[in-house]
Design a protein around this ligand. Structure first.
Ligand code: SAM
Length: 196
């Protein structure tokens, strides 16, 4: 089953510079994004070709940018946080494409304008079954999953905004337990549940 993870980073700048020497501090939580990408896409040796990650960079003063890492095509990204952050930093030097127009910067590494509502619309068109991850949701069960593609939406260390919650109101909220975990831990658990 194909897996997709959408991660919303509320303070990461959508344009400009990222300080690679201070990933958790001066540029929003780029370290959180890098860890989530690492967990979602990298195996001990190789890449999960059945997995895609869409980052939502909502910070800074300009419009939002999305970055899509497509596991089946991805080349030239390495599983260390600083290298992943370096790839994101390079993307930020390019103008933001129009909403919904995906531009491939290098194999499997795309960017576009837009926010989570566009991602939801695109996933729905592609018949992806979508869940919002929320510790207070209903317990997640993979048993009724008979879709070819399943997508999960996660926030960073901040709660979803009211606008985000509105765009996700019709989507099922699922929990991996009542304890709030870090996003990358949630991704590991989901991979394990779906793999097995
Ligand atoms: C560090 S948590 C965010 C905690 C933040 N205080 C909040 O209220 O959203 C990052 C994301 O991981 C997901 N998450 C964390 N724990 C979870 C759980 N037990 N079940 C489902 N999703 C969870 C949620 O999507 C959450 O937004």
């Amino acid at each position: 089953m194909e897996r997709r993870f959408a991660i919303i980073e509320h303070r990461a700048p959508s344009s400009g510079k990222i300080n690679l020497n201070d990933l958790p501090g001066s540029s929003g939580r780029i370290d959180v994004l890098a860890r989530a990408i690492n967990t979602a896409l990298f195996l001990s040796h190789g890449i999960r070709e059945d997995t895609d990650v869409t980052l939502h960079l909502m910070g800074g003063t300009g419009p939002a940018r999305r970055i899509w890492l497509q596991g089946s095509r991805l080349r030239g990204v390495h599983p260390d946080e600083r290298a992943i952050a370096g790839q994101i930093a390079k993307a930020l030097k390019n103008p933001i494409p129009a909403i919904g127009q995906w531009v491939e910067l290098h194999p499997g590494f795309w960017h576009s304008g837009g926010a989570i509502e566009q991602t939801i619309r695109e996933w729905e068109k592609e018949a992806c079954r979508i869940f919002v991850l929320d510790a207070e949701g209903v317990p997640f069960s993979k048993d009724p999953l008979n879709h070819e593609s399943v997508g999960f939406i996660l926030s960073d260390d901040q709660p979803f905004s009211d606008i985000e919650l509105k765009s996700m109101e019709s989507i099922e909220k699922v929990s991996l337990g009542s304890t709030w975990l870090q996003g990358n831990a949630c991704i590991s658990i989901l991979h394990h549940l779906i793999d097995n």
